[in-house]
Design a protein around this ligand. Structure first.
Ligand SMILES: [Zn+2]
Length: 494
């Protein structure tokens, strides 16, 4: 019953929704009841907080000050969407995705919900709660949504303490999977779908233990992982590919949940719109400066100056803009489909489009499984997350009894090439701009095993490109690529 034929170019998500019956939903909802700790902070400048009673909410009892504070409308809708049944504010699709994700680490997750609408946050309260200020230099900063995995947070604080000679702060990752912070001010500025899509994005961060490769981007006391301003935008190519991976996998589930956002991002690609890259005016290399003795590196990644790297490679910038307008942060504007593949994959939504289409056309279960393996392989290991995840997605598609070596024999006889779909989608979303194998390898930081590169390039590239030319991209192209690779079925969970 889990196998679906491609009758037409229908969205996997629609099919998926039909299959989420009440018994599945009940199970998802009770997983969420047990896995989340919602902590309501009515005034972030005070020290008091309230833990919401999940059992009460689950059975329909919404009493307490959290529920009567009208500033918390978005957070109320979120908690209801996760814990209540269908018809009482419950959102079965959100419950489905959230229950799948939270099982990756399978430990309780802390969700801090702040009413920061009418308070001026002090630096002491920002530090106490560990929340993320949208603009730390502002006179009135607000809580920007952010999240982290507890093992990564513990590693970071222990390593810093050790380096500074401070007492060991200990670990809490035996009890907690991770945490996220959501402030009412920014949630209220958007429709409720933004709260839910953001929640799903942040939830992936709580499960992600991949090394963030931050040590390659600390320069003169600053971290250039996202560039000089410390912000990343959906249409930005950011310097640190470790962060592109992290944001890319988080956006993947948001795109699966929010079909409008998914269409918007596909159209951005289709219409060859702006890719922005922050210009880093700091001199390349470390140089003298306000060096942090525990964090700075002597040989930072050249990608910390990504704009310079792109210009040196002959890319064409159309113009420069300040983002946000009125600020002094200078960005160069490129076109997403016109730059070289190795630069395109510095964008988090290109990865999210590839991964979410993989989940649509193979299965969400296979994607989560690949992610699970990658997660474990990338814990405390500085490697290319993109290469590791692509390899795992390819492996998920290998038929039983076969191996990469057996598939590489010219008469392997396999007609349904699910194992090459991730690479075909990577080729498509880099606009088939790879002209040689070595161009293609750069998508994966030259770290994908050569056997996979050879197999796609030698046996499938021409078929894919001929079957689906990229003149005017449309969503149906992804299904046509699957069909060109002989893929006629997709499944829901396995
Ligand atoms: Zn994020």
């Amino acid at each position: 019953m889990k196998t679906l034929k491609y009758i037409q170019k229908s969205s996997f998500l629609m099919l998926c929704l039909l299959f989420i019956g009440n018994s599945f939903a009940q199970n998802d909802r009770s997983i969420l009841k047990d896995k989340f700790r919602f902590i309501y902070i009515a005034n972030p400048n005070s020290t008091s907080s309230i833990i919401l009673n999940n059992n009460q909410i689950y059975s329909g009892n919404e009493t307490g000050t959290f529920w009567t504070n009208s500033n918390m409308g978005r957070s109320q809708a979120l908690v209801r969407a996760l814990l209540r049944d269908n018809g009482n504010g419950g959102d079965q699709t959100l419950q489905y995705f959230a229950s799948k994700i939270v099982k990756i680490v399978d430990k309780p997750v802390l969700v801090y919900l702040y009413d920061d609408t009418n308070v001026t946050l002090t630096s002491a309260s920002i530090q106490r709660w560990g929340l993320c200020a949208d603009d730390p230099n502002s006179a009135n900063p607000k809580a920007w949504p952010c999240a982290n995995n507890q093992s990564l947070a513990d590693d970071f604080s222990q390593n810093i303490a050790r380096c500074l000679g401070n007492p060991d702060p200990g670990r809490t990752d035996d009890r907690w999977g991770g945490y996220m912070h959501l402030g009412a001010h920014h949630l209220n500025a958007h429709p409720v779908i933004w709260t839910k899509g953001t929640f799903i994005h942040e939830l992936v961060h709580t499960q992600d233990i991949s090394d963030n490769r931050m040590h390659m981007f600390w320069v003169n006391g600053s971290n250039f992982r996202y560039g000089l301003d410390g912000n990343h935008y959906g249409i930005e190519a950011v310097p640190n590919l470790g962060m592109t991976y992290k944001e890319g996998i988080a956006n993947t589930i948001t795109l699966l949940y929010d079909n409008t956002k998914s269409s918007d991002m596909f159209n951005w690609f289709k219409d060859n719109e702006a890719l922005i890259v922050e210009i880093n005016p700091n001199p390349e290399g470390t140089g003298p400066g306000n060096v942090h003795r525990c964090l700075d590196v002597t040989h930072p990644s050249p990608d910390a100056w990504l704009y310079n790297v792109m210009m040196d490679a002959g890319e064409t910038s159309l113009r420069t803009v300040n983002v946000p307008s009125g600020s002094t942060n200078q960005y160069a504007v490129f076109k997403i489909r016109d730059v070289a593949p190795k630069f395109i994959v510095h964008n988090e939504f290109i990865l999210a489009l590839i991964f979410s289409e993989y989940a649509h056309h193979i299965s969400l279960g296979r994607f989560i499984s690949a992610l699970h393996y990658s997660n474990n392989q990338l814990f405390r290991v500085c490697a290319s997350g993109v290469a590791v995840l692509f390899e795992n997605m390819c492996i998920e598609g290998i038929p039983e009894g076969e191996t990469l070596a057996s598939l590489s024999q010219s008469q392997s006889g396999i007609t349904e090439k699910k194992y090459l779909l991730p690479l075909a989608f990577a080729d498509y979303f880099t606009s088939y701009r790879s002209q040689t194998k070595s161009d293609f390898e750069t998508i994966f930081e030259n770290a994908l095993p050569q056997g996979w590169i050879d197999l796609y390039w030698d046996t499938a590239r021409t078929t894919v490109r001929n079957a689906v030319p990229i003149t005017t991209p449309e969503r149906g192209d992804l299904t046509d690529i699957a069909i060109a690779l002989g893929i006629t079925t997709s499944s829901i969970d396995d």
